[in-house]
Design a protein around this ligand. Structure first.
Ligand code: NAD
Ligand code: WQD
Length: 337
């Protein structure tokens, strides 16, 4: 089977491509490299020992997408391509809606023209807004507090409307919690541009000496130690969830909305301690004011993923930290030499 992976050069996409290749799928990566390096593709090929067709292009470019679908028979699409920085989305909402929403519409139009109607979409736990309680099940109310989150909500609704119009589509919406970790080889991992927004890359860059100190955003939340609690999930577990979803896709006769999380919440200070243990490095930190828009705690009920996909996360916090550290230590500047 031929799988088109949009955004396949990025963090989650590159890890998923490895598992797809290992499971025997042929992979075509389609990426405009706006937030990725071609080096990640070379390393994925090295890890998997297999070839990947890579096409540089934008999901909004229907001419190029048509060319791609005409020259390859594509059986299903795993759609990672998108912009994901929350703060940037507040400053540049139109760019986010154009890229994420218009890009997905363009992709689906070209898929339909070529009778390719199977798609797995990267949604996010951000669509739960500030949940009234935890753990979070898929039927919780949704809301968005920023344009990034709203772009995910819009796309979910667009894909549901598409299914209503034509129920031969096979659609899975995967709502990821907080992806961390890296491939155990240390060859690929998360490589954010500039100052990281997310906790784990900030911790690893502090440990490697690129940042002097981690700011812990708030210690007065209603959580066991006062710092924010999240459901960190190893990126290889997340990648495996996509392979499981792909296998089950033909059986689905409704749009499937599925949480991918571990079901366990860890605080910021839990993560710092676990990372220090895994790396043997100290992570200097100071308590800073709360970050606007943050919530106290967020973790998944992963029961539906287990029931429907037979999937559950297997890697714990120690492995997440050890693998994040191996990637950072071996590649202090990410994919840049
Ligand atoms: P990433 O930025 O590493 O990967 C996204 C990839 O898409 C990049 O390679 C980028 O170059 C590409 N891309 C962006 N816009 C494109 C366009 N118009 N055309 C073609 N390629 C384009 O991000 P990631 O962390 O791997 O996230 C993958 C997906 O998962 C995104 O849709 C993101 O919103 C979603 N997600 C991520 C997280 C997270 O914390 N990392 C959590 C929930 C959901
Ligand atoms: C985790 C915890 C912070 C950085 C974001 C997006 C969400 C999703 C995942 C895409 C929080 C604290 C962080 C720092 C800190 N992405 N923190 N110091 O906010 O749960 O989710 O990424 O869909 O949409 O909003 O993840 O890693 O930014 O923060 O104290 O320097 O770490 O306050 O409690 P978040 P995060």
């Amino acid at each position: 089977m031929n799988i088109l992976v949009t955004g396949g050069a990025g963090y989650i996409g590159s890890h998923t491509v490895i598992l797809l290749l290992q499971a025997g799928y042929r992979v075509i990566v389609y990426d405009n490299f706006c937030n990725a390096s071609k080096e990640s593709i070379s390393r994925v090929k090295k890890i998997a020992g297999k070839e990947i067709i890579t096409v540089e292009g934008d999901i909004r470019d229907k001419v190029q997408l048509r060319r791609l679908f005409s020259s390859h028979k594509i059986d299903a699409v795993i759609h990672f391509a998108g912009l994901k920085a929350v703060g940037e989305s507040v400053e540049e909402p139109l760019r986010y809606y154009d890229n994420n929403v218009c890009g997905t519409v363009a992709l689906c139009e070209v898929m339909a023209e070529h009778q390719c109607k199977s798609i797995i979409f990267s949604s996010s736990a951000t669509v739960y807004g500030d949940p009234h309680t935890t753990p979070i099940t898929e039927d919780f109310p949704t809301s968005a507090t920023n344009p990034y989150g709203r772009s995910k909500l819009f796309i979910e609704e667009i894909l549901r409307d598409l299914y209503v119009s034509d129920n031969t589509w096979k659609i899975v919406l995967l709502r990821y919690f907080n992806p961390v970790g890296a491939h155990p080889s240390g060859l690929i991992g998360e490589d954010p541009n500039g100052i990281p927004n997310n906790l784990m890359p900030f911790i690893t860059q502090t440990a490697v000496g690129q940042r002097s100190c981690l700011s812990v955003f708030g210690d007065d939340y209603d959580t066991p130690d006062g710092t924010g609690v999240r459901d960190y999930i190893h990126v290889m577990d997340l990648a495996n969830g996509h392979v499981k979803a792909l296998v089950k896709l033909p059986e689905f006769n409704k749009v499937m909305t599925i949480n991918l999380g571990t079901g366990t919440g860890y605080s910021v200070l839990d993560m710092v301690k676990a990372f220090e243990k895994a790396s043997g490095r100290e992570v200097p930190y100071c308590i800073a004011p709360r970050r606007a828009g943050d919530i106290a705690q967020c973790y998944a009920d992963p029961g539906y993923a287990k029931e429907i996909l037979g999937w559950e996360a297997g890697k714990g916090i120690d492995e997440m930290c050890a693998d994040s550290w191996r990637w950072q230590e071996k590649n202090p500047n990410g994919y840049r030499k």
